[in-house]
Design a protein around this ligand. Structure first.
Ligand SMILES: Cc1ncc(COP(=O)(O)O)c(C=O)c1O
Length: 365
């Protein structure tokens, strides 16, 4: 029974919520019963008590050290998922001049629709004509000098594209970036960013919990009512109301685990290795399986591809499920197939997936 469960976990390619490393699962199970030797489980601790104080402080220290966060930034632990950020950002930082967006997938489209409720917007790149297969050259983007802010998404979970490097906004324009599906998997170039946020259900643990890292200069401009005001959350040390305590406790374990695996550098190397195995397998089928993303912007976190027919895709999913894989069906808006290989992805399972990709193409010839 136990062995079968572990197998199922290793073969979980879900886009999020997604696989948690085995070592973290074991620690979280322990935390649920007894947090840090307190005799009280982590769901049962007051968010203002000493034990949780220490969890929160440790988690912040880990965020700062794992992600190399400069002192000029504040770290916030919020709730409401990444989607809530789509509205909180224009609520706080929108002005009479347009907020500027690159539309690179369904999540940015949602962020744009949210921003349109609060003020003018300008789309400087729209990938929808090309089914979001490509991303622009950052240097080709024309960012208006009077923009209220620039919003981007570093890794497009649904489409399987990832910016090799993010656009640079002019210094006076805040650049805010959704890193939900890549946080902790590659180095963040802080010099070009004013705020980074991530829903935690991929590389940091629990859905609904959000990590926000925001420059103090931008934070001071927060201009939204409670409980949507970033400065108020910072003033209350992320305890304006009851924070997502379980999500924060799991984030701590996820970050500790990243540290033991060589930090962000180790994560980046592992994800390059795993995704290369899978892309190489797709490419080796000589067009039977076709990657969705154009080669220059293939994501190392979410690999999307199509087959010659929907039957071929269904047949693949059937074979995959027989060997214990799950989560490989493409998002409903794109169809096809998708393997999400976040930090916790199992390398052996990725190799087996690559083999299945190749063998399923040869079987069909
Ligand atoms: C890149 C990206 N942004 C935003 C979201 C929305 O996150 P949430 O469901 O936490 O609101 C997702 C969800 O998977 C995502 O992948």
């Amino acid at each position: 029974m136990m062995a079968a469960q572990m197998e199922q976990s290793a073969g979980n390619f879900s886009a999020g919520p997604s696989r948690i490393p085995d070592a973290v699962r074991a620690l979280v199970a322990q935390d649920l019963l007894d947090l840090d030797g307190s005799g009280i489980g982590c769901l049962e601790h007051s968010h203002r008590g000493e034990v949780f104080d220490e969890v929160l402080n440790q988690t912040e220290r880990l965020v700062r050290s794992v992600l190399d966060v400069p002192d000029a930034f504040e770290v916030l632990f919020l709730q409401g998922g990444a989607t809530q950020q789509f509205s909180m950002i224009p609520m706080n930082f929108g002005t009479d001049t347009p907020s500027v967006h690159t539309n690179t997938g369904i999540w940015t489209a949602k962020a744009i629709r949210a921003a349109q409720q609060f003020g003018p917007t300008k789309i400087i790149f729209d990938g929808s004509d090309n089914k979001f297969r490509t991303l622009p050259e950052p240097t080709n983007l024309l960012i208006p000098q009077d923009a209220s802010f620039l919003h981007t998404c570093a890794n497009n979970t649904v489409m399987g594209t990832q910016w090799p490097s993010l656009p640079h906004a002019p210094k006076e324009i805040p650049h805010l970036c959704d890193m939900s599906s890549e946080i902790t998997s590659r180095r963040i170039e802080w010099g070009d960013l004013d705020m980074v946020y991530a829903g935690c259900q991929k590389n940091l643990g629990v859905a609904g919990t959000v990590l926000v890292i925001i420059k103090k200069e931008l934070l001071a401009k927060s201009n939204a009512p409670t409980p949507f005001n970033y400065q108020e959350h910072a003033d209350a040390s992320s305890r304006l109301n009851t924070p997502p305590t379980f999500g924060i406790a799991v984030m701590r374990r996820m970050l500790e685990w990243v540290q033991t695996q060589g930090g962000v550098k180790g994560m980046a190397e592992a994800s390059q290795r795993r995704s290369k195995m899978i892309y190489d397998a797709i490419d080796a089928t000589n067009g039977f399986w076709r990657p969705h993303a154009s080669p220059k912007c293939r994501s190392v976190m979410n690999i999307t591809w199509h087959g010659p027919t929907s039957n071929a895709e269904l047949d693949f999913l059937q074979k995959a499920s027989e060997i214990g894989f799950s989560g490989l069906k493409g998002h409903r808006s794109l169809g096809g197939l998708r393997a999400s290989v976040y930090n916790a992805a199992d390398e052996v399972a990725c190799r087996k997936l690559a083999e299945l990709i190749q063998s399923s193409a040869s079987d069909s010839k």
